[in-house]
Design a protein around this ligand. Structure first.
Ligand code: BGP
Length: 461
């Protein structure tokens, strides 16, 4: 069977400023929370490899853009680093950053690659974190001004904007699970962070629309479809809570302009509601996106929490549900994530049926593999057939969703070149291109050639 996609389907990949640029302390950039955290707690990073050791996009973007062209990309997402563009978080713009982003955007356009620009990828400037980070409305205001600055500087050439990548990650990793700085474990504070991220998003959307720029503005969410262990009422209730807290807490406000009532009731009953201002509701209503980016890596399987009583007070999300490992699941052992290709279809059908079939695209999907040097063949390239299978099997489900009317406009892989990851550094490699860290040599993997061919043909057999 031939899997054919639309002529204007977006083929590309995604990265982020903090994971690719490098030059972490150069040309006026101030520290973000990862730069700082590495300084004070390097042991929290895999092999103590920190955020300054990237694939050096800042220095090699021209070469990388040519690679993107070779890889068949018609679109490419990266982010702007807030701490590079506005080193004090608010106020003065760094001219060297403007020059870099201008040159990067221009070289993409010169190769016929549409830039998708995201404004925030976990990388809160340290000076903003010191003012409370997303717990603070002052920081929300500063972010809105930063967003407006980006639209004004680059909006003449960038028409695909995103306010945030996976805003729930700083909530979960930074304020619930002690995985990212500031390593807080506090549900109420986590909720304030989530709420203020939504306000910041909505303010950026409003700024964008006020400027009357051409193009679209969206947000990128990691939507993990939530499956109950069984059909029992207990398991289904647990899955409902997980979905409310971990998907709908962002998905509903940014696509419907309001929070689900169940979520508000749950938080109210447990005295967890964030502080709101009278104008917030209208702001959120006005912050509905034009397009949704969907990052999909793995499903979320949930079971009832043992001993759970509906009347128990909720002090952490996991009072309401437990995660569940399905026996016999297919897994990527390197990352420890289940591989469930149909999940991608389920998300797209949910968006179609319950979210007005909002325009969307797959903004990340990918497979991180450890020890890929073992797959380097005689020709010197990584023979990563497993990655080709992974991408192809997900694309088949995407294609199925399209044939049933899903409004999905493209597929971006995470990521085009092996890159630094938040906690895992270079443990798991995701790229279509292999990076030798010492020499910074780039070699296209087998999957890169396959991806390029697929993009050129708008499909595969
Ligand atoms: C997503 C992030 C990316 C990237 C990817 C792979 O959640 O948006 O920044 O890192 O996951 O995950 P990891 O690097 O943890 O293996």
């Amino acid at each position: 069977m031939k899997y054919q996609f639309a002529d204007d389907f977006w083929w590309g990949s995604a990265t982020s400023a903090p994971q690719s640029e490098g030059a972490a302390a150069r040309d006026g950039k101030s520290q973000n929370i990862f730069d700082y955290w590495y300084e004070i707690a390097p042991e929290r990073f895999h092999h103590q490899v920190g955020p300054s050791e990237t694939s050096t996009f800042y220095d090699h973007f021209q070469q990388d853009v040519l690679l993107l062209k070779t890889l068949g990309h018609n679109s490419f997402r990266t982010s702007i680093s807030w701490s590079r563009l506005i080193p004090q978080g608010d106020g003065e713009v760094n001219p060297k950053a403007v020059a870099f982003y201008n040159a990067m955007i221009d070289s993409l356009l010169a190769q016929g690659i549409t830039p998708f620009i995201n404004l925030h990828h976990f990388d809160m400037p340290l000076c903003m974190q010191q003012q409370g980070g997303w717990e603070s409305r002052t920081v929300v205001e500063a972010y809105a001004r930063y967003a407006k600055t980006c639209f004004s500087l680059f909006g003449d050439r960038v028409s695909h904007w995103f306010t945030f990548n996976e805003p729930i990650v700083p909530v979960e990793a930074g304020y619930l699970n002690d995985l990212h700085y500031p390593c807080v474990v506090d549900f109420k504070r986590a909720i304030a962070v989530a709420y203020h991220s939504v306000l910041a998003h909505a303010k950026a959307v409003n700024e964008f629309r006020a400027l009357g720029d051409q193009g679209s503005i969206g947000i990128i969410l990691n939507l993990s479809p939530t499956y109950p262990r069984s059909d029992s009422q207990e398991d289904r209730i647990a899955a409902h809570y997980a979905d409310l807290l971990l998907n709908k807490s962002f998905l509903d406000p940014v696509t419907k302009g309001r929070y689900p009532e169940d979520l508000v009731n749950l938080l109210r009953a447990n005295d967890l509601l964030p502080q709101t201002a009278p104008e917030d509701a209208q702001l959120i209503a006005d912050g509905v996106v034009d397009i949704l980016g969907v990052n999909y890596y793995q499903p979320r399987r949930v079971k009832a929490k043992s001993g759970y009583q509906a009347s128990d007070p909720v002090t952490m999300p996991d009072d309401l549900f437990s995660f569940y490992e399905m026996p016999g699941r297919k897994i990527n052992p390197h990352r420890g994530w289940e591989i469930y290709e149909k999940g991608l279809y389920d998300i797209l059908m949910d968006l179609k049926e319950n979210y007005g079939n909002i325009p969307c695209y797959i903004s990340e999907n990918g497979m991180g593999v450890e020890g890929e040097e073992a797959f380097i063949g005689a020709s010197g390239r990584v023979e990563d057939d497993y990655r080709i299978d992974f991408i192809r099997d997900h694309l088949k489900w995407l294609h199925q969703a399209l044939s049933e009317g899903a409004n999905c406009k493209g597929y971006h892989l995470w990521t085009f070149i092996d890159c630094w990851s938040w906690l895992n550094a270079y443990k798991n490699r995701y790229g279509l291109v292999r990076l030798e860290r010492e020499s910074q040599r780039r070699t296209i993997k087998k999957s890169g050639y396959w991806f390029a061919e697929t993009a050129r043909q708008n499909g595969f057999d």
